[in-house]
Write a protein that binds this ligand. Structure first.
Ligand SMILES: Cc1cc2nc3c(=O)[nH]c(=O)nc-3n(C[C@H](O)[C@H](O)[C@H](O)COP(=O)(O)OP(=O)(O)OC[C@H]3O[C@@H](n4cnc5c(N)ncnc54)[C@H](O)[C@@H]3O)c2cc1C
Length: 401
């Protein structure tokens, strides 16, 4: 939709959106828990092809995406962490302004029209759909990714580009909950706690000595019956999957509950190759201090929720401190595309210009959004990339030929 509006705004006379589903923008409606976190005002966090994403977002930065929406009539607000939402708190408002503008500008939006092939024909492309065949001097492919169950696709649409010689990098779910080994989170399901999360390689001895990430992730951890969810856990899924593909072993998730205890985690001694000793010592000092006022059996009362206290019952103070500062959750996997918010991997960005989003193999063919090998963290980054790349692709598609 952003590509179509941009093409029309840059002089393309006839623009059509071919949508495979019965309606456009279903992911927009589901995004941000129905509030649509459509962009982020802070530094970009992208994986897959970070340099490509960087160039795209330098060409079309956050303020340009927001100006595009403001011109369509959308009022936005910035919240914690630079997250940008529609001011009215309704994802539907984002889709409404896109659809209304398309209607005003005479853009044809054809639903139930899945593209089944894109073929170069003299001076342009022919797009085949069950609803008819369309010929145009320029085509923007923006069919999204496999994440989000029925809101995504089954991988079939990538053929539209691979049949034309484009290549696909390995696809895997990202921003998805973590699955723990059986019993690792037993009795904790339903707990939501402030914590710091990090991943370590699985190895003999103290695995927390070998962190997989350079910066831990602080936020809310949500225990489920299958493992761990919440924004931080979901952001770690990509790294966990990478480690499994590289070594054949899923890493261990460590949960540091210091924020729940009212402690600020220390400078993460483990980052320098040491175990989480500094934090363990701080937690132990906190527990020892409480022992002056209460019996050991009640040391977690008022400090940790009952479910967690029950799970840690009977541990000595040093072991308890270790568990609270570095609670180990050996992982057995991550949840699949059905539960993921974004697809990692996609159409190789090496074959597209980051300045115009035009194919280097087929002039007049453009690509935008999640179908490309770019994925962002939680916080509005994925929609922002989709909108920004769409705006650029539409602009240059209008100038094609
Ligand atoms: C539950 C959920 C919540 C999310 N929340 C956020 C959030 O708050 N912030 C954020 O930044 N990101 C969020 N995301 C990710 C974000 O929604 C996507 O990254 C973004 O929508 C990608 O945009 P896109 O235009 O590339 O693809 P899509 O939005 O998926 O659009 C692609 C469109 O192409 C259509 N299509 C597919 N195949 C064909 C075909 N062959 N022919 C014609 N049409 C076709 C699809 O039906 C779809 O309408 C969320 C994702 C999910 C699943």
């Amino acid at each position: 939709m952003s590509a179509a509006l941009s093409a029309s705004g840059h002089g393309a006379h006839r623009v059509a959106v071919l949508e495979g589903a019965p309606r456009v923008g279903r992911k927009i409606l589901a995004s941000g828990n129905g509030r649509c976190n459509l962009a982020n005002a802070r530094a970009e966090k992208y994986m897959g092809s970070p340099e490509f994403a960087d160039t795209v977002l330098k060409k079309c930065p956050t303020k340009q995406v927001l100006r595009f929406f403001r011109d369509l009539g959308l009022v936005t607000v910035e919240e914690e962490g630079g997250r940008i939402y529609p001011g009215c708190g309704q994802a539907a408002a984002v889709l409404d302004v896109l659809r209304s503008a398309a209607e005003r500008r005479g853009i044809r939006v054809l639903c139930d029209a899945p593209a089944t092939a894109i073929a170069p024909v003299g001076g342009g492309y022919r797009v085949s759909t069950p609803a008819g065949t369309f010929t145009a001097p320029a085509v923007v492919a923006a069919f999204g990714g496999m994440a989000g169950g029925k809101l995504g696709h089954d991988g079939g649409p990538y053929r539209l580009l691979t049949d034309l010689g484009h290549t696909l990098t390995p696809l895997f779910p990202a921003l998805t909950p973590l699955v723990s080994e059986k019993g690792a989170v037993k009795g904790l399901s339903g707990l939501r706690l402030p914590a710091v999360l990090y991943l370590c390689r699985r190895q003999k001895g103290d695995p927390s000595a070998d962190p997989l990430i350079s910066r831990p992730c602080q936020g809310e951890v949500l225990f489920t019956d299958y493992g761990v969810s919440g924004v931080c856990a979901m952001e770690l899924a990509r790294k966990a999957g990478e480690e499994q593909r590289k070594t054949g072993k899923w890493p261990v998730l460590y949960i540091d509950f210091s924020p729940m205890l009212g402690l600020i985690p220390r400078q993460f001694g483990w980052l320098n190759g040491g175990p989480a000793d500094q934090n363990v010592k701080a937690v132990e000092a906190c527990l020892v201090d409480r022992l002056h006022r209460m019996p050991e059996s009640a040391v977690l009362q008022g400090l940790a929720p009952r479910l967690l206290a029950e799970r840690l019952k009977g541990l000595s103070i040093p072991s308890l401190a270790r568990c609270l500062a570095a609670f180990p959750v050996p992982l057995a996997g991550v949840r699949g595309f059905e539960y993921a918010q974004v697809t990692a991997g996609g159409v190789s960005t090496a074959e597209f210009s980051a300045d115009t989003l035009e194919s280097r193999l087929h002039p007049g063919l453009f690509a935008a959004g999640e179908l490309l090998d770019v994925d962002g963290d939680c916080g509005g980054y994925n929609l922002q990339f989709a909108f920004a790349s769409g705006l650029i692709a539409g602009e240059h598609a209008a100038k094609a030929r």
